[in-house]
Design a protein. Structure first.
Length: 250
C-alpha cells in the first residue's frame, strides 16, 4: 500500500506495508528496559468474587489491570509538561503524527570522569545542513541488550545541553533517542538539556515539541531519511508510552 505525503520540502512516497518499528515492547516483570528505579511494567488479571480475568485460569475473557510508569518503563514520548510548573499534557502537544525524519548514529565521547557525552558538533556534522522535523539518534555500539537494560544507577550516556539547544535552533520538533534521558542521570535536578530543547521557561517555549526516550533502532535500519509516524496513547499527563514507526522514502 503506497502513500504520497506532502512535506515542507515536497512530496514523498512511502510503503505503508513496510513499517520499521523502533519502539521497545513492554513485557511484565524485569523483561524490558527500565530506568529511574521505576517499578517494572505489570499486567495482572482482575479478580472480583468468582470472576477471574484470565482465560488460562478459567475466566471467560482476559481482563487485565496494567501498571506503568511512562518515564521508567520502555519507549515513551514526553512534552514540556515534564518540567513545567504549568500543567501541559502530551495529548495537547502532539496533534500531528507524520513527520520528516533523519536517523543518525553516533559514538558518545567518554570523559575522564567516566561520563559518556554526545556533543553538538557530532550531531551537526551528521546532519550536514539537513533540518528534519524529527531527529532519531542511535548511540553506538548498538545491540539488542538495549531492550533489556536496567539503567537505574548506571550513569548512562547523555547529551550536552548545547546539542539540545542546537536542535531547537534548527527547528527539530521531535527528538528520539535510545537512552533513558537527554540529561545526565544525576544532575542535581537541573535538566539543562530538557530546558534547552523546550526553551522553558521563556517567551518562546516550544509547546508542540516532544522528546521520545528508550527507543531501539535495529542495526538493519540504516542511517538516512525516513517518514516518522509517532503514535501515543491519549494520556492527559506529561508523557505517554509510544510507538514510533519509520517508513523508507522512495
Amino acid at each position: 500500500m503506497l502513500a504520497i505525503i506532502e512535506t515542507p520540502s515536497g512530496q514523498v512516497r512511502i510503503n505503508l506495508n513496510e513499517p520499521l518499528d523502533i519502539s521497545m515492547p513492554l513485557r511484565p516483570g524485569a523483561k524490558g528496559a527500565n530506568a529511574w528505579w521505576a517499578k517494572p511494567f505489570s499486567a495482572e488479571p482482575v479478580v472480583m468474587g468468582d470472576f477471574v480475568g484470565s482465560v488460562a485460569r478459567g475466566g471467560p475473557v482476559n481482563f487485565l489491570d496494567v501498571r506503568i510508569n511512562p518515564h521508567g518503563n520502555g519507549t515513551h514520548t514526553e512534552c514540556v509538561g515534564h518540567i513545567s510548573i504549568e500543567p501541559y499534557t502530551i495529548n495537547q502537544a502532539l496533534k500531528r503524527f507524520f513527520f520528516t525524519a533523519e536517523l543518525i548514529s553516533i559514538y558518545p565521547v567518554r570523559l575522564d570522569n567516566g561520563d559518556c557525552v554526545i556533543y553538538r558538533e557530532q550531531i551537526e556534522k551528521k546532519l550536514n545542513g539537513k533540518r528534519p522535523e524529527a531527529l532519531i539518534l542511535r548511540t553506538l555500539p548498538n545491540d539488542g541488550l538495549k531492550k533489556l537494560m536496567q539503567y537505574s544507577g548506571t550513569n548512562p550516556a547523555y547529551l550536552h545541553h548545547d546539542a539540545l539547544g542546537y536542535l531547537a535552533d534548527i527547528g527539530v520538533q521531535h527528538f528520539l533517542l535510545d537512552l533513558p534521558s537527554v540529561d545526565r542521570e544525576q544532575d542535581e535536578g537541573k535538566l539543562k538539556g530538557h530546558h534547552a530543547f523546550w526553551r522553558y521557561p521563556g517567551p518562546k517555549v516550544r509547546l508542540q515539541a516532544t522528546i521520545t526516550e528508550l527507543i531501539y533502532a535495529d542495526g538493519a535500519i540504516l542511517d538516512g531519511a525516513y517518514m516518522l509516524n509517532l503514535q501515543i496513547a491519549s494520556f492527559e499527563i506529561d508523557a505517554s508510552p509510544s510507538k514510533p514507526v519509520l517508513y523508507k522514502i522512495g
